[in-house]
Write a protein that binds this ligand. Structure first.
Ligand code: CP
Ligand code: NVA
Length: 304
């Protein structure tokens, strides 16, 4: 039987995502109460990371330990992938040995090739195209603060990047409105916007995007792999900093979100990310709880 993978948010139905986030809330409460369960005892998770990570690596490893399982972290120098062993062969071999494989890849196509040849579930830990695990934590955080997010409005300000793409898929899956403001030439993928069935609108005016919004989100202007474009991007994104003046145009109690790492003074002002509307530390923490629910779902077929 083909395993379930989590390569984008489109891999889970709205009902499955809802159940998964309900389970994440339960796991969070149990963890805080000091309870310890080990439903994944005897299971092993391999992690292939082609790019740096603080949150994703630590949350997956800590989560797997809390669930009773083991993890193997592999940087490019630790496997033969870097020396030309085909992705397909690596997938066939590793998936006969471990129960789940978490991959952070520079190129989304590598993840898809790996998954196509893996007997074990594959989880996207960020590619150049998507970051679905981030959205599990972000939606969990938003729901914790604001209850049912159906019909609410988020504003994405900045680059139409991988995290933005996952926000677009989340808008369809969780049924909220998403206004995206980018400079011209930095828009998200048009096909994904079309697939959102009218929930996503594009503009190049940050003030128009945030007007009355319930959540304001941003991310770095130069993602991993775009380091060489940094100077050009800093110039192109001038006027797109989320600062106090922009936040005041959003709803009175609007939340500020950022997947982190953040660059204060560029995509966000310190007064906003370190201010009272910011929920960025909750987003980071919820990576742990949401991904524990995801591991359970893929390995044990939960949520119940
Ligand atoms: N938000 C996020 O994925 O952070 P890391 O790159 O530190 O994993
Ligand atoms: N868009 C950023 C997200 C980092 C978690 C990047 O790809 O570098």
């Amino acid at each position: 039987m083909k395993p379930r993978h989590f390569l984008t948010l489109a891999d889970l139905s709205p009902a499955e995502l809802k159940g998964l986030l309900a389970r994440a809330a339960e796991l969070k409460a149990r963890h805080k109460s000091g309870a310890s369960d080990a439903p994944l005892r005897g299971k092993t998770m391999a992690m292939i990371f082609e790019r740096s990570s603080t949150r994703t690596r630590v949350s997956f490893e800590a989560g797997m330990a809390q669930l009773g399982g083991a993890s193997i972290f592999l940087s490019p120098r630790d496997t033969h992938l870097d020396r030309g062993e085909p992705v397909e062969d690596t997938a066939r071999v590793m998936s006969r040995m471990v129960d789940v494989i978490v991959i952070r890849a520079g190129n989304h196509a590598m993840l898809e090739r790996f998954a196509a040849h893996s007997r074990a579930p594959v989880i996207n830990a960020l590619t150049d195209r998507h970051h679905p695990c981030q959205l599990l934590a972000d939606v969990q955080t938003w729901s914790e603060r604001r209850g049912d997010i159906r019909g609410q409005t988020a504003a994405w300000i900045g680059d139409g990047n991988n995290v933005c793409h996952s926000w677009i898929q989340a808008a369809l899956r969780f049924d909220f409105n998403l206004r995206i403001a980018t400079p011209r030439g930095y828009e998200p993928d048009a096909e994904l916007v079309r697939a959102s069935e009218g929930r996503v609108t594009l503009t190049d005016d940050p003030a128009a995007a945030v007007a009355g919004a319930d959540v304001v989100v941003t991310d770095t202007w130069a993602s991993m792999g775009q380091e060489g474009e940094k100077a050009e991007r800093l110039a192109a994104f001038r006027g797109f900093t989320v600062d106090g003046a922009l936040m005041r145009r959003a709803g009175k109690d609007a939340l500020f979100m950022h997947c982190l790492p953040a660059y204060r003074g560029h995509e966000v002002a310190a007064e906003v990310i370190d201010g009272p509307q910011s929920v960025v530390w909750d987003e980071a923490e919820n990576r742990l709880h949401a991904q524990k629910a995801l591991l359970e779902f893929l390995l044990l077929g939960k949520p119940k």
